[in-house]
Design a protein around this ligand. Structure first.
Ligand SMILES: [Zn+2]
Length: 361
């Protein structure tokens, strides 16, 4: 018994009920699925390869900035046109290649603050167009992040977009309370300490607003987590408070089906300990975002290659073995970019072990 036994689509991008079934199964078996930020076909490949070799499902996501990069850094992002085109291109690319890796893939978009809502409108329109043709949305899921706004505005606006997503049986992730650090130009480095821990009743307010629309949603509640890797400071990670959200919801829902009625998401996973991940997963975290560590891992392979092969890449022809020796096999991007894919893949493989995702297919 594994993930593929419970899904109607065993490999490739999954949508609709399959996404919920995957997260329910993850909660039941106590594992979380890493969400990898992808910015190019090369980083997609690194993630798919790690998941395939570890017999795991995987979540691939583009941030607004990552999506613009996917379209090309030279494209003007006026009205979010590069971010919209880039995440749609990533979606079609991932939909095309994922089946040959033989694993289920959740295709997601990351964050999206208030000022980026035109981006959200753009990809949701693409979902609706795709839905008309294929009976399913282009993306498995999206995230909306209005955590910098008031809770009322956050919850109401999220519910508004969730109604549109729910018509396509699409998953929606939202954030309430603040993840510290910086992401997509939204800087929370000086956020008030109390807002870095969401209260159980606040999380339940989200549940009350969204559950009548559809069961397909998850909440990124703040528990002292921070984007990026920072020196230990005065904000302490408290994944145990996620258990309080579940208890509170369990107590206040009529006839709850499970002890953990809420699907939770862990942002800012880079640099956390095994124990912290285990506590978070035990408390119903089904998705862990891992970006910063992957960025560094991708660099490592390329950096080491360039440093070690320096004398073979300074000129197209001529190296320590002879003045007329060709260097083509050293400077071909398939050789040195590949080294970055390998080290990024290795880092994701580690995450799949740490989150107990390995061998869950
Ligand atoms: Zn995040």
């Amino acid at each position: 018994m594994g993930v593929q036994d419970i899904l109607s689509r065993k490999a490739g991008v999954i949508v609709g009920d399959d996404v919920r079934k995957l997260f329910e199964y993850a909660q039941e078996k106590q594992f979380a699925i890493p969400a990898i930020n992808v910015t190019s076909s090369s980083t997609v490949v690194a993630a798919l390869e790690a998941a395939r070799d570890s017999k795991s499902p995987i979540i691939l996501q583009t941030s607004q900035g990552g999506a613009a990069y996917f379209a090309g850094k030279g494209v003007d992002n006026k009205d979010q046109q590069a971010s919209i085109a880039g995440c749609i291109a990533a979606a079609h690319y991932i939909r095309s290649v994922a089946p040959v890796y033989g694993i289920p893939v959740v295709l997601h978009t990351d964050h999206c603050a208030k000022k980026l809502l035109p981006w959200f409108e753009g990809f949701l329109k693409a979902d609706e167009d795709y839905y008309k043709l294929h009976g399913e949305p282009l993306f498995s899921s999206h995230m909306i992040d209005l955590s910098a706004e008031t809770d009322d505005y956050n919850i109401q606006t999220t519910a508004h977009y969730f109604e549109r997503a729910a018509k396509m049986n699409q998953w929606l992730e939202m954030e309430i309370g603040i993840t510290g650090g910086e992401e997509d130009g939204v800087n929370n480095e000086s956020a008030d300490k109390d807002t870095l821990y969401t209260l159980p009743e606040t999380v339940f307010n989200v549940y009350k607003a969204l559950a009548p629309i559809s069961p397909n949603f998850s909440i990124a509640a703040a528990f002292g987590n921070v984007h990026g890797v920072y020196k230990p400071g005065n904000v302490v990670l408290r994944p145990s408070i996620l258990g309080e959200h579940q208890e509170y919801a369990y107590k206040h829902i009529e006839n709850p089906k499970t002890k953990k009625p809420i699907f939770l998401v862990f942002h800012g996973g880079s640099g956390s300990t095994q124990e912290e991940f285990d506590t978070a997963i035990k408390n119903g975290v089904v998705k862990v975002n891992l970006d910063t560590d992957c960025q560094y891992a991708y660099l490592e392979g390329i950096r080491d290659y360039v440093l070690n092969k320096k004398d073979y890449i300074l000129t197209p022809v001529g190296n320590p073995e002879g003045e007329d020796k060709p260097n083509k096999k050293y400077f071909d991007p398939r050789v040195w970019v590949r080294e970055g894919e390998k080290t990024m893949s290795r880092r994701i493989t580690e995450a799949l072990e740490i989150f107990h995702t390995k061998n869950q297919l």
